[in-house]
Write a protein that binds this ligand. Structure first.
Ligand code: PMP
Length: 309
C-alpha cells in the first residue's frame, strides 16, 4: 500500500476547520467559500503564475524569508511584477496563519498572472492575484509509513532542461510533475523519480533527492531540479553533523547502489527511500545518516521561524 508522500493535500480533507477558514484572495481576507478566481485568469488558462509551499511548526513559519526570496526570483524570471512589496507579502502570510489560528500547518502562497484576454500574451493581465491559504496539518515526523521508507520508480518523462523551462522557476505549470506522479501510482510506487535531459538523476515530483555512497553524500545540481529550501536546510544540517555534501550529477546506477537515499521537500519533510525501480536501498531499513538528518530537521523546524503571534 503506497503512502501519500506529498501529504498536505491529502490531509486537508480530514481537516474540520473549513467552515471558519479564511484565505487571502483578490486583495482581501475572505471565507474560503467566497474566495474566487476569474475563469480568465492566466494562472488557470496557462499555468501562468508562481507559488510557494511553506510550513508552520510550533507557531512559527519556517524559513519564511527564503520562501519570499524564491517567490520574488520566480516572479522576476517570468516577468511578473508582484503587486506587493516582499515584506508586505511576508506579512500577509503571517496574518493568514494568525487568522486561521495556525500552530502546525501548511501554507500555499501563489501569485497568478491575473485575468486577461484569452490569448497567451500576458500584457492583457493587469492585476496579478495574490492568494494565501493556510491550513492546519500535523508534522509527519515518525509517522509509520514514512519511518518505513518510500518506494520510487523512475519516470519515463524527463525534467525540462534549463533552456526549455528552467526548473528553478516554481511556476503553476506542474504537468511534468503530475504526469510522473501518475506513473508512480500506476506502478504501485509512492513517488516518481525524474531524470534530466542527459539522463542524470534530477529530482522527485515534488522533492529533491540525496544519496550517501562510499564516496560521500551527493545531491544533483539545480540545473534540472528546483532550488529546494529543504534541500538547503539538509545541506546545512549535514555540515553541522560534519558530513560534507557535494552538488554533483549522478546516475541511476549511483542511486540504485547507494547506501542511503532520502528525498526532501517542505510538504514531505525528509523521507527515507526503501527501494528504487525494484532495487532495495542499503538494507531496506532507514539508514543511520538519514535518521540523524530527520531528527535534526524536526528539532530545527520546531525551534526556528517567524512567530505567528
Ligand atoms: N522539487 C519540486 C519539483 C518541488 O515542487 C518541490 C517543492 N515541493 C521541491 C523540489 C522541494 O522544495 P522545497 O524544499 O523548497 O519545498
Amino acid at each position: 500500500m503506497g503512502i501519500a508522500v506529498t501529504t498536505p493535500e491529502s490531509v486537508q480533507s480530514q481537516s474540520n476547520h473549513e467552515d471558519a477558514e479564511v484565505v487571502y484572495c483578490g486583495g482581501a481576507f475572505r471565507p474560503v467559500a467566497d474566495a474566487r478566481v476569474s475563469v480568465l485568469d492566466h494562472g488557470l488558462l496557462y499555468g501562468d503564475g508562481v507559488f510557494e509551499g511553506i510550513r508552520a511548526y510550533n507557531g512559527r513559519v519556517f524559513k519564511l524569508d527564503r520562501h519570499i526570496e524564491r517567490l520574488v526570483d520566480s516572479a522576476k524570471a517570468i516577468r511578473l511584477a508582484l503587486p506587493l512589496a516582499p515584506q508586505a507579502i511576508a506579512d500577509l502570510v503571517v496574518e493568514t496563519c494568525r487568522r486561521n489560528g495556525l500552530v502546525d500547518g501548511y501554507i500555499r502562497l501563489l501569485v497568478t498572472r491575473g485575468a486577461g484576454l484569452l490569448g497567451i500574451d500576458p500584457r492583457s493581465c493587469t492585476e496579478p492575484n495574490v492568494i494565501v491559504i493556510a491550513r492546519p496539518i500535523p508534522s509527519f515526523y515518525a509517522e509509520g509509513a514514512r519511518a518505513r521508507g518510500a518506494t520510487l520508480v523512475t519516470s519515463m518523462l524527463r525534467r525540462p532542461s534549463p533552456d526549455a523551462l528552467p526548473p528553478s522557476i516554481k511556476s503553476l505549470n506542474y504537468l511534468n510533475n503530475v504526469l510522473a506522479r501518475i506513473e508512480a501510482t500506476d506502478a504501485g510506487a509512492d513517488e516518481a523519480l525524474l531524470l534530466d535531459a542527459q539522463g542524470f538523476v534530477a529530482e522527485a515530483t515534488a522533492d529533491n533527492i540525496f544519496i550517501l555512497t562510499g564516496d560521500g553524500c551527493f545531491t544533483p545540481p539545480t540545473t534540472a531540479a528546483l532550488k529546494g529550501i529543504t534541500r538547503e536546510t539538509v545541506i546545512e544540517i549535514a555540515r553541522d553533523l560534519d558530513v560534507s555534501v557535494a552538488e554533483s550529477r549522478f546516475t541511476l546506477h549511483d542511486l540504485w547502489t547507494a547506501r542511503e537515499v532520502w528525498m526532501c521537500g517542505t510538504g514531505a519533510e525528509i523521507v527515507p527511500i526503501r527501494s528504487i525501480d525494484g532495487r532495495v536501498i542499503g538494507t531496506g531499513a532507514i539508514g543511520p545518516l538519514t535518521a540523524r538528518i530527520i531528527d535534526a530537521y524536526h528539532a530545527r523546524v520546531r525551534r526556528e521561524g517567524t512567530p505567528i503571534r
